[in-house]
Design a protein around this ligand. Structure first.
Ligand SMILES: [Fe+2]
Length: 233
């Protein structure tokens, strides 16, 4: 049975976005790999990210939690498999048990399958798409990730079929060009994967640096060109 080769990262939902990212930067002496007003990715070692933070004030400004309980907290934890073969083997084994992912997504740095446990806790099973940490880090800081920090959905059964047919692994791991996939509601971060321009513009930090709306208005996402994808890993 294939087992994860490592624990990879944890993602938090927060309404103290700046405070949280700053705290983790200081406590773990972590560096910011990528940040926009809605999402931040940090790492403290060679892994492309060890923490990510979703800013609920941007992603879900109307949400306030329920029954006095904060909606901040853990969004998901992620485990890495050593190879695509191991991830596929796990997917196939779980499918036979009636356990299927709610979100298969090619993030770019990783190819990922998100599951929920019986309590609704989210688990990401992933495989790295790049052979080295340097390549993954370069990708996360590059234009492809900046243009689409969420990823492109895929059909896991189709992936299994292609893998069994002998399609080369690097081909199967490469993220195709495409607009950012909508974030499923059950992922807990946002009602959809895109921000309205006004929501984005009102986000803390939106007036500075790379996060400025319109800066990405290059037409690649058509009607979305005035908005900014939020990015989730
Ligand atoms: Fe993740």
């Amino acid at each position: 049975m294939a087992k994860p080769s490592k624990f990879a990262h944890i993602v938090y939902r927060t309404r103290r976005f700046e405070e949280m990212t700053s705290w983790y930067e200081r406590v773990f002496e972590a560096k910011v790999q990528y940040k926009n007003p809605a999402l931040a990715f940090l790492t403290y070692d060679e892994e492309h990210h060890r923490f990510a933070f979703g800013n609920l004030d941007v992603l879900d400004p109307a949400g306030k939690g329920s029954a006095g309980k904060s909606d901040a907290g853990v969004d998901h934890v992620a485990y890495t498999y050593a190879s695509l073969r191991d991830l596929i083997e796990t997917y196939t084994r779980l499918k036979k048990l009636g356990i299927t992912p709610y979100w298969p997504i090619r993030h770019g740095p990783t190819l990922s399958l998100y599951y929920k446990d019986p309590d609704g806790n989210r688990i990401e099973f992933q495989v790295d798409c790049f052979a080295t940490a340097e390549e993954a880090n370069a990708y996360m800081r590059g234009e492809a990730f900046s243009s689409n920090p969420i990823g492109v959905n895929f059909d896991p059964d189709e992936l299994v079929e292609q893998f069994n047919k002998g399609v080369p692994e690097d081909q199967l791991l490469a993220r195709p060009e495409g607009p950012p996939a909508p974030i499923p509601r059950e992922h807990g971060l946002a009602p959809n994967g895109r921000l309205l321009p006004d929501a984005y513009a009102s986000a803390p930090g939106a007036s500075s640096g790379a996060a400025k709306p319109g800066r990405y208005a290059d037409g690649r996402f058509g009607a979305l060109s005035r908005s900014r994808p939020t990015g989730v890993l």
